[in-house]
Design a protein around this ligand. Sequence first.
Ligand SMILES: NC(=O)c1ccc[n+]([C@@H]2O[C@H](COP(=O)([O-])OP(=O)(O)OC[C@H]3O[C@@H](n4cnc5c(N)ncnc54)[C@H](O)[C@@H]3O)[C@@H](O)[C@H]2O)c1
Length: 362
Amino acid sequence: MVQQYRITLLPGDGIGPEIMAVTVKVLEVVAQQEHIEFSFQEAPIGGAAIDATGVPLPDETLEMCRQSDAVLLAAIGGYKWDDLPANLRPEAGLLGLRAGLKLFANLRPAKILPQLLDASTLKPEVVNGVDIMVVRELTGGIYFGQPKGIFTTESGEKRGVNTMAYTESEIDRIGEVAFATAQKRGGKLCSVDKANVLEVSQLWRQRITELGKKYPDVELSHMYVDNAAMQLVRNPKQFDTIVTGNLFGDILSDAAAMLTGSIGMLPSASLGSDNPGVFEPVHGSAPDIAGQNKANPLAQVLSAAMMLRYGLNQPVAAEKLEAAVLQVLEQGDRTGDIMSEGKHLVGCQEMGDALIKVLVGK
Ligand SMILES: NC(=O)c1ccc[n+]([C@@H]2O[C@H](COP(=O)([O-])OP(=O)(O)OC[C@H]3O[C@@H](n4cnc5c(N)ncnc54)[C@H](O)[C@@H]3O)[C@@H](O)[C@H]2O)c1
């Protein structure tokens, strides 16, 4: 039976349209092989939407996303829109999309590809084999807790305040995503908190421990955030899946990503419960190389693989895409950002052609 999915494509700005075009071609090949039928619909977001409609996230774009099975986003932003007020800048489109789809879980993998071992700043023996997924809570914690603001004390001194707060239900829903993610991976989950100092973390630890009873097949551990930061650079191979709150996750996911050393290779997923997920590369719109066929499309292709695995539950198709990426790297194809001596420099489109060749076995 053919599985049908409606996918909203948001190419955005800069290199976005180039890497999206390549990814769609590659996805169509995998779809045919795996009895999947994609119906792609495209909508503007970011600078492209500002130019077309005056706002970074038109209502029609958000509605189209809501009506689809998954959203594949490239990148937004560029010099042209930098002087606009904050609520009309391209980034506001991205924040609006996340809020509009109630995406509370952010998944960021950091996987070392043996072919790109040299790109890491750490010793090969430390990073070889690293395969981590950071699950970060995205809509709660200290970034949103009340009260927040800069207030004046009775003595006339200014005082900056933020509040770190999580409710049980907020912890439970990110916990569920994290346990389910660990089940699809290596079966190990490390929950990161600061329960030795923070009450909010004590509640976090209690709830995650309680939830763990529902997932006896997942090996749960807990770690304080300061130790986790240290362990990530000391011995990153000990981690499989990490779950943590908004602030700790913001920091740890960047640190974990940089173990790989190459920004053009990093995908991500943002998930909610009642709406489709958004799958996008970690990198920005790279305006410095836009329109020159120089962009690395692999983070976008790997984002499409995450869409297949976590958004559409099509793990076989996801594995095919990931294996194709490994194979083109193995045969020495490199875009400029990951180029090294003795390898074969290719453009964005040629990288796509190489992936398709591998997929069809020619
Ligand atoms: N999620 C997003 O859409 C997102 C994320 C970060 C930045 N941005 C926006 O992107 C614009 C540029 O920001 P920036 O320069 O800080 O970050 P960037 O990630 O766009 O670029 C940083 C550097 O990495 C290179 N690079 C990035 N992706 C690449 C790829 N796929 N292939 C080859 N090289 C690649 C760029 O050429 C540049 O030299 C800004 O407007 C920023 O607001 C958007």
